[in-house]
Design a protein around this ligand. Structure first.
Ligand SMILES: *[C@@H]1O[C@H](CO)[C@@H](O)[C@H](O)[C@H]1NC(C)=O
Ligand SMILES: *[C@@H]1O[C@H](CO)[C@@H](O)[C@H](O)[C@H]1NC(C)=O
Ligand SMILES: *[C@@H]1O[C@H](CO)[C@@H](O)[C@H](O)[C@H]1NC(C)=O
Ligand SMILES: *[C@@H]1O[C@H](CO)[C@@H](O)[C@H](O)[C@H]1NC(C)=O
Length: 226
């Protein structure tokens, strides 16, 4: 009974939050993200213009080190366009992010979330990692399939990280800069939900995947040709 009740509550809350049910397909160039002031780790560059605003839902991967702690080893997530609600009241965005995250982590609500959100939400692409020649890994955001354009991806590198302002269970907020591709010059990972590994592990145990959701903002420099 409990799952049904929880699913009903989720349904009512999400329905109430989305009277217009339009989530994807709006212009974003004048929207500015809310980022804590008084720090320089994760910032909105002065010459930046948002090109895409998305929510990513998936898993963060970790391997167990010889020291018995988890070390970051990649991620896999699906990215959805949230351009029509990114500018709205923060609660709507939080509810959508929460619903997507819940849909991912609990089987009972997955169908419901799909029905409610996916029909009004455009899947823009995938976030995954590629291994470099030196064995390090690089994050990639890949919209090439949906946008039918082989250059609409970005391989990036991390330039700054900020402890999530809203709780230690959430993975760090990040700023990433382009290495390759034409999707964006800067990527911000902000408003993260969950994704942190347990604090310790038993040496020799296999890689783990931890569910998470996050907003990813794709910014272009105003000097870059669109
Ligand atoms: C780009 O943004 C900077 C900082 O806001 C501004 O000074 C500059 O005029 C802008 N350039 C263009 C081409 O819009
Ligand atoms: C991370 O986990 C996913 C499964 O959730 C897997 O597909 C992916 O290959 C893993 N590794 C890396 C480096 O992302
Ligand atoms: C995708 O792009 C190619 C090359 O520009 C074009 O020939 C093809 O018609 C496009 N396909 C779709 C479905 O738009
Ligand atoms: C900012 O980045 C520095 C260097 O990586 C780090 O030591 C510091 O903890 C970060 N600040 C916050 C608030 O996360």
């Amino acid at each position: 009974m409990l799952p049904t009740l929880a699913a009903t509550v989720l349904f009512v809350v999400v329905s109430a939050a989305l009277p217009a049910a339009r989530i994807s397909g709006c212009g974003v160039s004048s929207i500015v993200p809310q980022i804590p002031a008084g720090q320089t780790n994760v910032t909105f560059p002065p010459n930046a213009v948002p090109a895409y605003i998305t929510i990513g839902v998936g898993t963060q991967n970790y391997t167990c080190s010889d020291a018995g702690t988890y070390v970051y080893s990649g991620a896999l997530a699906t990215l959805y366009d949230i351009s029509c609600i990114a500018n709205g009241p923060t609660p709507i965005l939080s509810i959508v992010e929460y619903a997507l995250f819940k849909g991912l982590t609990s089987t009972f609500s997955h169908d419901l979330v799909e029905k409610l959100l996916m029909s009004s939400m455009l899947k823009l692409g995938e976030h995954y990692f590629l291994r470099n020649a030196d064995a390090s890994i690089s994050p990639v955001f890949d919209f090439t399939n949906v946008l039918n354009d082989t250059q609409k991806f970005v391989r990036a590198r991390r330039t700054g990280g900020l402890t999530a302002p809203d709780g230690k269970r959430n993975i760090d907020w990040l700023q990433l800069e382009k290495v390759d591709g034409e999707l964006a010059d800067t990527v911000l990972r902000i408003y993260t939900r969950a994704g942190q590994p347990p604090s310790t592990c038993t040496q020799g145990t296999p890689e783990i995947t931890v569910p998470y959701a996050s907003q990813y903002w794709f910014l272009r420099s105003n000097a870059t040709d669109m």
